[in-house]
Write a protein that binds this ligand. Structure first.
Ligand code: SF4
Length: 952
């Protein structure tokens, strides 16, 4: 048992006087202190098979409970933190989930959403059995079906589509990913270009800015060892990998690092920073480029890194062709190029004082190689040209030589593990233009939020459409356009919603298939949370408990509550059924590597990966375990402690065999493809770009029709002050910030989380509220380009004057006809379709206490379910990155008589017009040589190379 602090004198006296029960009479001695002198916070692993705790609910009786402690991985955000599930042995029930100290990313710590997983498991409204639609789509009538019926029906439909060559009619659309290549392997085995994701409503802006520099599309900052940290995000409370990052940011700060944050909103992160730079939204790139200018002008750049690892010769030859190609001329040229990005210009754009910009720039220059940065969502996801923000931010890393260094910022792939699979199906032979249309050749990645418009335009149809833990009707912009296509069987033949919870999209499905939560499913996880590399194992803990007790089950749904299953096994069974006789060539990719000819089991799938994970077999052997048993026991493994400067890896003789070296540029190619670069006489692997260096000058941008963006630059946002008319009550609305305790649409089933946060007012600065005569609590109409929503105002100093913000987490709903679901958080609404694209939604009732097996459901004290704002936003696809530019130009008015909190009105005809407007900004493929997309830019589920060319 974990060590307890000694009882206090007052406790002892109270026990003696029998004022309270004697809690310490048979207490065992304290656990020995850990080597660092700290108390033990976690049960020691040698007791994980039989861990004893007192039952809290039995107090003051001292009732001992016996638990199995089984690790798994949180599923509530992308950080993939470790959890330990406490499984009560006599009833085989999960009683609580806490942190897993053996997880190298989270190190035993979680945010509120990790332990709240127990609420999701025990939620009285959860879906326990597979359901099939009975009435029309969206009618809310369902019947229970067996998993066998589900598999037969869906498999038959997919088989027919594949036999008829309609491979592009099969699509899988993922909301919450996190299973390291599992699904790509399935789709390749089926031979479909069917991967669609949520990336373009999330991170594609930032991804493109990074990718155009260095091929890698995400950063991996080494916060713990940094001297200066610059965040264009709120990483102490939200954002990708925020719990693992937050720990390390604080660690870095405790060692003396300074923190600067660019954010128009006073986030928790900004409030902890040494410098809060409340930028006007969309001006961030101007501020960062001004910092770059200061670093250049004051000679604070890292000459060696620039000389070796930046394509400066190319820059000089193209930008200043009449000058000799010398490094000195490059620096002079660079200074000339950026001469207009003065701190004063940045102040004019951003509202941040020039003196602060200079001060921060000098701190960055002084930190040099120990400069850690991150931009996730935030400005890069909000603005037209938002991708220039991460590009400008990375420019600072390049200038300071802090790319890949200790305390600097590495490419994400250096700290992320790639598993070895037992079987690799060949690249598929299809290119689905519903996901990668010609208009967006550089998009990172699928244009998923345009799907309704593409279907309406008749660009294609979907015969089988899987939504996986995905809720576009609610989380995406333009939700009514989604409803319009989801309910139309001509556009979508069969919609299968794989989801652990009811959601607004599942209401419009044909099948709703319950999938497991964190302790109810298998997945492999690896993320770039710090400078090391790790893997974590998500496992169904009740299934694992049964295995340990000698009562194994065949399928996970036999151990989970009801018949809740998991995708991993579902896909194996479905694939086997699609190809019953092996004639489609699918079944061969689902054969056990250990039992020839037999169907692979899920244990064997992971067994193979763990047996081929460097260092894991040896670590397991030391404990007398197999690699799979090791992961079942500890739930995580550190593959590499640190990984810096991987671009300097020397190419081996074997790698150089048959390679050619360009004498002028040093580029090393094999079979015409860049594989490395000569640096100081050594062949090194470099970065995965055409030059194998960091690309300050991008020939790709020139070749693909955007020469004006060949260098890091600043693009004025669609919500730039030039486009905002204050006289008319216009504001930029920032609708993207996350509340630390909520998930986009999967926390409405977690009572503790909803209790903590359940409303989303519009934040307005005191000065704006005064100007408009508005007070906290007043109702306002917020007009977008396609409609409006009615919300309350919160007047605060915590937001930049002239800007309004609203969190996107809240405003969940269900209609009267829908099955009850997420009652901790959902409003009951009425949706009216008024014809010609006009839709209205009105809240009929808020959140109410309800009777259930969970007594807390009668203790609900809040009634406010918030307001659904995203559904009033049109799509804003950035013409380059493909990112949905979330920020909105809105007009704010006081609410009108008859308006009610939560009212929404939308015209989907207008939303189609806005889509067309933004579409007209694109410069479509083909690019050079008839390419649909540059070959060197990444793409999920990459097809065979010949598919990259537009067929004549
Ligand atoms: S940060 Fe919180 S929600 Fe995300 S994985 Fe970690 S514990 Fe779960």
């Amino acid at each position: 048992m974990a060590a307890q602090p000694s009882p206090s004198i007052i406790e002892r006296i109270a026990e003696k006087l029998k004022l309270i029960p004697n809690l310490h009479q048979d207490e065992s001695p304290l656990m020995p202190l850990g080597p660092s002198g700290q108390l033990q916070n976690y049960p020691p692993p040698d007791q994980w098979d039989d861990w004893v705790e007192y039952e809290a609910k039995a107090w003051p009786r001292r009732e001992k409970k016996h638990y199995m402690v089984i690790p798994t991985t949180c599923f509530n955000c992308e950080a993939g933190c470790g959890l330990l599930a406490y499984v009560e042995k006599s009833e085989l029930k999960i009683r609580k989930l806490e942190g897993n100290p053996y997880h190298p990313g989270s190190r035993g710590r979680n945010c509120a959403k990790g332990p709240a997983t127990i609420n999701q498991v025990t939620d009285p409204d959860r879906i326990l059995y597979p359901l099939r639609r009975k009435g029309d789509r969206g009618s809310g009538e369902w019947e229970r079906v067996s998993w066998d019926e589900v598999l037969e029906d869906i498999a038959g439909r997919i088989r027919k589509a594949l036999q008829e060559g309609r491979n592009n009619e099969i699509a899988y659309h993922v909301g919450r990913p996190g299973h390291e290549g599992y699904m790509d392997r399935i789709l390749k085995a089926w031979g479909v270009d069917g991967h669609n994701s949520h990336t373009n409503v999330c991170s594609s802006g930032a991804r493109f800015g990074y990718a155009i520099w260095q091929g890698y599309d995400r950063p991996s900052p080494d916060h713990a060892n940094a001297e200066f940290i610059l965040l264009v995000s709120a990483h102490l409370e939200s954002g990708h990998y925020f719990n693992p990052h937050a720990q390390r940011i604080i660690e870095g700060m405790m060692k003396g690092a300074k923190l600067a944050v660019l954010d128009p909103r006073l986030s928790n992160t900004a409030s902890m920073a040494d410098y809060w730079l409340p930028t006007y939204p969309g001006s961030e790139a101007a501020v960062l480029l001004a910092m770059a200018k200061v670093i250049l002008d004051e000679g604070m750049y890292d000459e060696a890194f620039l000389r070796d690892w930046v394509n400066w010769q190319e820059f000089l030859k193209k930008e200043y062709p009449d000058r000799p190609v010398t490094f000195e001329n490059f620096i002079e040229g660079l200074k000339e190029t950026y001469k207009d990005y003065t701190p004063e210009f940045a102040e004019q754009e951003s509202g941040v004082p020039a003196s602060t910009i200079v001060e921060v720039a000098r701190q960055i220059g002084r930190a040099g190689k120990r400069f850690a940065t991150h931009n996730w969502r935030s400005a890069s996801s909000g603005n037209l040209g938002g991708w220039t923000v991460s590009r400008a931010l990375h420019f600072l890393n390049v200038l300071t030589g802090s790319v890949g260094t200790e305390g600097g910022t590495s490419p994400n792939a250096w700290n992320k593990f790639k598993p070895t699979f037992f079987d690799n199906p060949p690249a598929h032979k299809f290119w689905n233009e519903l996901h990668f249309p010609l208009e967006y050749p550089l998009a990172h990645f699928e244009m998923s939020f345009l799907l309704p418009h593409f279907l309406k335009e008749g660009r294609g149809r979907l015969d089988v459409y899987f939504t996986r833990v995905f809720n576009p009707v609610w989380t995406y912009p333009d939700g009514f356009s989604w409803i319009e296509v989801l309910r139309d069987p001509e556009k979508i033949g069969l919609h299968v919603a794989l989801t652990p919870t009811w959601n607004e999209t599942a209401y419009y499905a044909d099948y709703v298939l319950p999938m497991g939560l964190a302790p109810e499913r298998h997945d492999l996880i690896s993320y770039e949370t710090h400078s090391g590399t790790w893997i974590a194992f998500r496992q169904p803990v009740l299934r694992e408990a049964r295995r340990r007790m000698g009562k194994p089950v065949q399928f996970t749904y036999e151990a989970n509550p009801g018949e809740v299953w998991e995708e991993d096994e579902f896909w194996i069974e479905l694939s086997w059924k699609i190809d019953p006789d092996g004639s489609l060539g699918i079944r061969e990719h689902f054969i056990s590597p250990y039992r020839p000819g037999e169907k692979i089991t899920i244990e064997e799938y992971y067994q193979y990966i763990f047996e081929h994970t460097p260092g894991l077999p040896e670590a397991a052997e030391k404990e007398g375990l197999t690699p799979l048993q090791y992961m079942q026991k500890y739930g995580a493994f550190e593959v590499e402690k640190t990984g810096y400067n991987k671009h300097t890896r020397k190419l081996s003789e074997a790698e150089m065999k048959g390679a050619k070296v360009d004498q002028e540029t040093g580029l090393i190619t094999r079979d015409g493809k860049p594989v490395g670069v000569m640096v100081n006489g050594e062949p090194m692997v470099g970065f995965p770009t055409p030059s194998r260096r960091q690309e300050l000058y991008s020939q790709t941008m020139v070749d693909w029709g955007w020469p004006e963006y060949r260098l890091p630059t600043y693009i004025k946002s669609h919500i730039h002050p030039d486009n905002i008319n204050r006289e008319k009550g216009e504001f930029p609305l920032l609708p993207t910030f996350r509340l630390p305790v909520l998930i986009h649409s999967r926390s409405a089933n977690a009572k503790w989380l909803v209790e903590l946060a359940h409303r989303n007012p519009v934040w307005m600065h005191t000065s704006d509220a005064k100007r408009l005569g508005i007070k906290t609590g007043d109702l306002i109409r917020v007009y977008t380009d396609i409609g409006y929503f009615v919300d309350r105002v919160w007047v605060t100093e915590g937001v930049k004057p002239g800007v309004v913000v609203c969190s996107h987490h809240i405003g969940r709903w269900r209609r009267i006809q829908d099955k009850v679901g997420n009652r901790w958080a959902t409003n009951v609404v009425e949706i009216k379709e008024e014809g010609d694209g006009k839709w209205r939604m009105r809240v009929l009732d808020g959140v109410r206490p309800f009777k259930s097996d969970d007594h807390d459901s009668l203790r609900i004290f809040w009634s406010d379910g918030g307001v659904h704002q995203n559904i009033t936003f049109p799509v804003h696809p950035d013409p380059i990155s493909g990112m949905h530019c979330w920020h909105q130009k809105v007009r704010i008015e006081k609410a009108q008589p008859g308006d009610r909190y939560g009212d929404v009105e939308v015209d989907t005809k207008k939303s189609f017009e806005v889509y067309k407007e933004w579409l007209s900004m694109t410069r479509p493929a083909p690019g050079p040589n008839g390419l649909r997309r540059p070959l060197w830019l990444n793409r999920p589920l990459r097809p065979a190379e010949d598919l990259f060319y537009v067929k004549k």
